[in-house]
Design a protein around this ligand. Structure first.
Ligand code: G4P
Length: 529
């Protein structure tokens, strides 16, 4: 098959949601439709149910599960579908943001009872940063929830995106009768606990068809009124607006009952983007370019501490990736080859010989890779957009076993290369500050430093609120600022100066006092030049 055909065939996306909205359940139903798994319950949720500190079993379980479910590939309707899993737990949000850089679109799951939740908003912010196309699935219609019109308003308001319902629920909770597909006037009658794959559908000439009343009783008139209202309020669905990330089509259903899932999947196949061109620091790379290129968006440590190797997840952006061929590691300026790259089909890992744009391959790595690294055939490209976001919790790393300083140094560098947390260093005294988005990471780091590197440490709280990467048009002003504020200045792993602010108020003050300096809330600026 030609490279173009391989690209045409692929759909690489992530399912995202606030924990408990139904992401795992929906993923599992997709895999069932694709025949990739045979039984329900085969996909394990990778959320950590307990957040109690020192619950290391949970941490280990999380790490194990997230390797197994990091990428789930399957074929459906002649397409190769790659679902990239994202951790549900908010302490692992960074991991999710990075995974979103490796997809071409997302499906956002919203619980009809809860509506838009905190995590949903943050995830959508990341999608909007890159205009990622989004389809919204409103889940759990078998339960009483918010009014569908109110839900749509809430989505538009809180997620700053236009929405367009493509299906409409008839009743909810105990009164839930089914879903009406607005684009082809098809009624899908609800029956709980469907196990079969096909969903029964009845096609109508229009919503006015008298047979609807026979089937739905008084709900039929309500449906007519609602459809009229929808057509009056919402613009017709435009695929281009969806592909530009401006408009999100909305579906309603119940993942656990396998209801509304097939139409979601079928529409997804029809409208979702094929692997897209991607920006590098120097130029835009088209997937159809002959020369291979790709970037690492996730690194996973081996669970077996005796084998220090890791798996780097590489998103292929252009050309054909081949096993045993030498590729250029752009940052290291080294040529490396991979004799056992793996692909992920549902829950199996298989060694592959070739892979195409949109695919994700797992590369065994002994410490060569950092998140964001680019591999190419020979050109010095650097893919943009695997940013570091400002951490929310900062602690100082204190070495408690001076005999193991080297191990600690190596361990903390490798763990932060994996993206577990961010490492900042003060120029005075070489003090190390670790920044994370959740408390859980500190337990993970302490545990892994001890078990994988034999190093001991503790974390001392420091009073910082947020990190701001600094750039300027006036070098001497920046140097002066760094000198005066040396207590708040640290350097990230690429030696960029970062200002750690004690409060939002302070940073606002510094911003107005120093108009020549830009305070960036994420490290995206690094490649934005
Ligand atoms: P997540 O990955 O987004 O965190 O959510 P997950 O799929 O694990 O679903 C969270 C809970 O919601 C699960 O129940 C799941 O069974 C339930 N759920 C998912 N879809 C629906 C739906 O359409 N209707 C209803 N009523 N419930 C749904 P749980 O009790 O937390 O877990 P479990 O014991 O069922 O696994």
């Amino acid at each position: 098959m030609s490279l173009e055909k391989e690209i045409e065939k692929r759909r690489t996306f992530a399912i995202i949601s606030h924990p408990d909205a139904g992401k795992t359940t929906l993923t599992e139903k997709f895999l069932l439709f694709g025949g990739a798994i045979q039984t329900a319950g085969a996909v394990k949720s990778n959320k950590i149910k307990k957040t109690a500190t020192s619950d290391f079993m949970e941490i280990e379980k999380q790490r194990g599960i997230s390797v197994a479910t990091s990428v789930m590939g399957f074929e459906y309707s002649g397409k190769q579908i790659n679902i990239l899993d994202t951790p549900g737990h908010k302490d692992f949000a960074e991991d999710t943001y990075r995974t979103l850089t490796a997809v071409d679109s997302v499906i956002l799951v919203v619980d009809c009872q809860k509506g838009v939740e905190a995590q949903t908003e943050r995830l959508m912010e990341v999608c909007r940063m890159r205009n990622t196309p989004v389809i919204i699935f409103i889940n759990k219609l078998d339960r009483e929830g918010k009014d569908p019109f109110d839900l749509l308003d809430e989505l538009e308001e809180k997620l700053s995106i236009h929405v367009r319902p493509l299906s409409w629920p008839i009743g909810m909770g105990d009164r839930f009768k089914g879903v009406f597909k607005l684009y082809d006037n098809t009624l899908n009658l609800f029956s709980a606990n469907k196990t079969e794959i096909a969903e029964d559908e009845i096609k109508f000439a229009s919503v006015e068809d008298p047979r609807l009343e026979e089937l739905l009783g008084e709900e039929a008139q309500k449906l007519v009124d609602n459809v009229e209202l929808i057509e009056g309020v919402y613009e017709p669905f435009k695929k281009k607006d969806y592909l530009d990330g401006l408009l999100a089509p909305v579906f309603f259903g119940s993942a656990i009952n396998n209801f509304g899932v097939k139409e979601l999947l079928d529409t997804f196949i029809e409208i979702s983007p094929i692997p897209q061109a991607r920006e590098t620091a120097s130029r835009i790379v088209e997937p159809s370019e002959k020369a291979f290129s790709g970037f690492v968006f996730k690194i996973h440590a081996n669970l077996d501490p005796n084998h220090r190797d890791r798996i780097a997840f590489l998103r292929i952006c252009s050309g054909t990736f081949e096993r045993n061929k030498f590729y250029r590691h752009v940052r290291n300026k080294k040529n490396i080859r991979f004799n056992n790259p793996v692909s992920f089909m549902a829950q199996e890992k298989n060694i592959i010989d070739v892979a195409y744009p949109g695919d994700v391959v797992g590369l065994y790595d002994s410490g060569n890779f950092k998140i964001g690294d680019t591999l190419t055939e020979k050109e010095d490209l650097m893919y943009k957009g695997v940013p570091s976001f400002s951490p929310e919790i900062f602690k100082e790393l204190v070495n408690t076993d001076p005999m193991k300083s080297k191990q600690l140094e190596k361990g903390i560098h490798q763990l932060t290369d994996e993206g577990v947390a961010q490492l900042f260093t003060k120029s005075i005294g070489n003090q190390k500050i670790i920044g994370t988005v959740g408390e859980l990471q500190f337990d993970v780091i302490q545990y892994r430093l001890e078990h994988e590197y034999g190093a001991k440490c503790r974390f001392q709280p420091v009073n910082y609120h947020k990190a701001f990467w600094l750039t300027t048009t006036n070098k001497s002003k920046l140097n002066e600022f760094i000198r005066i504020k040396q207590n708040n200045i640290v350097y990230d792993k690429d030696d960029n100066p970062v200002f750690l602010a004690q409060s939002a108020w302070i940073v606002n003050l510094e911003r107005s006092d120093n108009p020549e300096i830009t305070f960036h809330e994420n490290s995206e600026f690094k490649t934005a030049v």
